[in-house]
Design a protein around this ligand. Sequence first.
Ligand code: NCD
Length: 309
Amino acid sequence: MKALSTDHLLGIKYLKKEDINLIFETADHFKEVINRPIKKVPSLRDITIANLFFENSTRTKLSFELAEKRLSADIINFSAGQSSVKKGETLIDTVNNILSMKVDIVVMRHPNVGAGVFLSKHVNARIINAGDGAHEHPTQALLDSYSIREKLGSVKGKKIVIIGDILHSRVALSNIFALQLQGAKVKICGPTTLIPKFITSLGVEVETNLKKALEWCDVANVLRVQHERMDIKYFPSIREYTQLFGIDKALLDSLGKKIVIMHPGPINRGVEITSDVADSDQSIILNQVENGVAIRMAVIYLLAQQIKK
Ligand code: NCD
């Protein structure tokens, strides 16, 4: 049986192209499963998973939980707001307490960059990074590429532009790594203040003119401005941001071709994208959400195969 080359999913940075292919093949199978009348398989009946969310989340948390339930795993949920973290407990103590309840896999979202890598070195469980600060969000990038492959047949050779707050986005970085590994061409577009200086060293091009970026691409992946990670002003006003980097129907229709619109959510309707664009037939935003469950089932299933009981 084929296996992943890694014990954890800490970032796309640590994956090989073969790993992505294997995750997609496995997700194809699970996508078929979740569209059956009985959406559940008994594969992980002996596996316990802890979902540790030290940062807010709606769809990622629900998507992981649903994926785990569809695989018949036992799950426990933890949100930092309601926990002893507020009383001063360290990350390792919190997690070791949970692991002593015999947990096999930890899914963790954390505001600090590298939290997953740190944990993987100190605790005895498989770690899945569900977002570490502004660093990586590997399952999001996997489901994004999977959705492009589903819509356009392949990722290789496709032109993808990632638009918006690149500086604070873990979705952007993981997407860049994943798309490049699969042979796509990637451009970044946004206000120069929200584009990190190192970005061109990753082999991506920067285009600050939104219209030009859209004319170039096959797919536009639109990101939310991450106000919660900002302690200074990066642009004068939301109104100006929308004028320069927001996508509306008139702009979309002026391109003379039908590009694919993606967004990881949560959408700020009327800011980075208007409702008629988000809900148009060019948008695959809800397909991304559906594919997220299949991708997370695949990742959890493949990591669980490596656990020796
Ligand atoms: C993203 C995240 O949390 O990084 N959302 C998600 O996982 N669906 C993007 C965002 O918050 O804007």
